[in-house]
Design a protein. Structure first.
Length: 220
């Protein structure tokens, strides 16, 4: 894999709540410098990131319901809609883990579908927070995401102390969703070895705040 190929799979992420506008713009400069495909930011930073990436070819991704996923469905949908108006080309929403673990599968599916409908034509990724789920719940979640019309399943927010992405979870998710559906690994991916292990396991998108360090490990 070449550096440019790997860069095209990366969602460079600046999601810490204390990130300043200067840091968001610096992140956009990094995305330009390394020709990274995507830049993932909080909803309030989408317009800043979009301005910083104008004419770059990189696409801005906004998180929704981040990091806990406990907002009401209508609020998640509205946040997604506003983020797209501000320039987001993709949306990463956090699944309501409590509802899933309560057996409220229909409510979970309905919420995902509501967000998908709010942003027609925009790929929606659904963050499962796999460290909080059993393997059986991961399988259920993956199927709900597909049935609700989203484009990707995603492992983690990276903000839960229980853990981030694992190759085992990526393999399970890929097995459930099949070869064509999107699988994004995120959380704790900090080295080239981490990135390549997730790709080998089946991820076709990687979320990381360590993009430059990862890419510097590959030849141009």
């Amino acid at each position: 894999m070449t550096r440019s190929e790997l860069a095209g799979l990366l969602d460079h992420a600046i999601l810490k709540p204390e990130a300043t506008e200067e840091q968001i713009l610096a992140g956009a400069d990094l995305v330009r410098q390394w020709a990274i495909g995507f830049y993932c930011v909080q909803p309030s930073s989408v317009s800043i990131a979009s301005a910083g990436l104008q004419d770059s070819g990189a696409r801005v991704v906004s998180v929704v319901g981040f990091p806990h996923g406990c907002e009401r469905s209508a609020l998640k949908a509205q946040t997604a809609e506003l983020a797209v108006q501000d320039g987001a080309a993709e949306v990463d929403m956090v699944l309501n883990v409590g509802k899933l673990k309560s057996g409220r599968s229909q409510a979970v599916a309905s919420e995902i579908a509501q967000v998908v409908r709010a942003v027609p034509g925009i790929p929606v990724k659904v963050i499962l927070e796999t460290c909080l789920l059993t393997d059986e719940e991961k399988v259920i979640a993956c199927r709900l995401v597909q049935d609700a019309g989203a484009a990707f399943v995603k492992t983690s927010t990276g903000f839960n102390p229980g853990g981030g992405a694992t190759a085992a979870d990526v393999r399970l998710m890929r097995r459930v969703v099949g070869p064509e559906f999107g699988v994004k690994a995120a959380g704790g991916i900090r080295t080239l070895a981490d990135a390549l292990s997730m790709i080998e396991a089946g991820a076709n998108r990687l979320g990381t705040s360590a993009s430059a360090g990862i890419l510097s490990g590959l030849e141009g």
